[in-house]
Design a protein around this ligand. Sequence first.
Ligand code: 9MR
Length: 387
Amino acid sequence: MMIPPFLTPAVLVMLVVGGSAPSRGAERGPLALRQAFADAFLMGVALSTSQVNGTNDRAGVLAAQQFSAITPENDMKWEALNPLPGQYDFKAADAHVGFAARNNMNVIGHALIWHSQTPAWVFQGREGKPATRDELLNRMQAHIHAVVGRYKGKVIGWDVVNEALSDSGPDILRDSPWRRIIGDDFLDHAFRFAREADPQAELYYNDYGLEDERKRANGVKLLRGMLDRGVQLTAVGTQSHFQLDYPSLDAVEKTILDFSGLGIGVMVTELDVDVLPSRGTAGVADISRREMADKSLDPYTSGLPDGIQEKLRQRYTDLFGVYLRHRAAITRVTIWGLDDGQSWLNDFPIPGRTNHALLFDRALNPKPAFFAVLQKGQASRTRPPRR
Ligand code: 9MR
């Protein structure tokens, strides 16, 4: 598919914000995702600090024009908000909330309780010992109350617990300091504290790889148990860090059905599509210098070839086809970054590569995948003609 050359970000802004779409655009319906999907679900994007605090205004304008929800990509994580005991820094998080308010967007809080990006002091007790269960529960409560309390009424929902499920082995939950010190009920407590701090906020459990049969079954079991115990859980966040050919659409669909069967909402919270060659499952730490220098693992440094661009377009088209079919269950779809330059996939699992996982390229130009998704949204608004 050819990108109409007139649709640069500046022109998109003019068309949508200025409201003076030329007939070509008007025929196609709204030119922004947030409008095209307004009847179906929220369209979200993860944003970095510079995209909301005025440093990168072009990105901010484009994000505000296209999306109806933002997730701070890193600025509401524990290490960002509360790096030292008793010391909070809300500056960057406040910038997200201010940006969203100015642009009529919703804010999703990400993430309260996670094993990663949480400072070591959180888990430390007295005299070099680990914190006790009570100490850690107190810290968890104080943190959740401080953060959720500050943004009460301003953040519509929180990823209360992130990535607690294990990837293999007999246990449902992964080994983490939260689980080791508090016990398996750490999730229940986290949700209870969040509910105390904001009685209206939506509360989510968020994880990746839920399309895998084992992990999905464990996830369903975990959340069913929580619901049975009266834990107030609004929705599950399926992160959706995907590849061009994995997971299957069938697995994506099963995941939506299995979780919506619990009577909770389903959200796609961190969608992106890795287009680079995979190198297996070894961790970042195992990557050798030779591999990092191996150009065959980083083939698209000067742009995405048409064939792969087309595969990416098709992948996004297919995924949004599934999401729209299940729009009754899905309340939000969030893309994990605005443009390819921002994507974490440039540095994972191999640092310093050039990935092309998102809807806008490094120059903020819309990619064929963007137009395909937009078209899907527009088509979903059109009722079939009567015979
Ligand atoms: O995109 C985030 C990247 O900028 C950070 O360096 C990274 C640190 O762990 O976290 C990334 O976002 C993650 C998200 O918070 C939770 N799910 C997985 C995401 C990708 O790693």
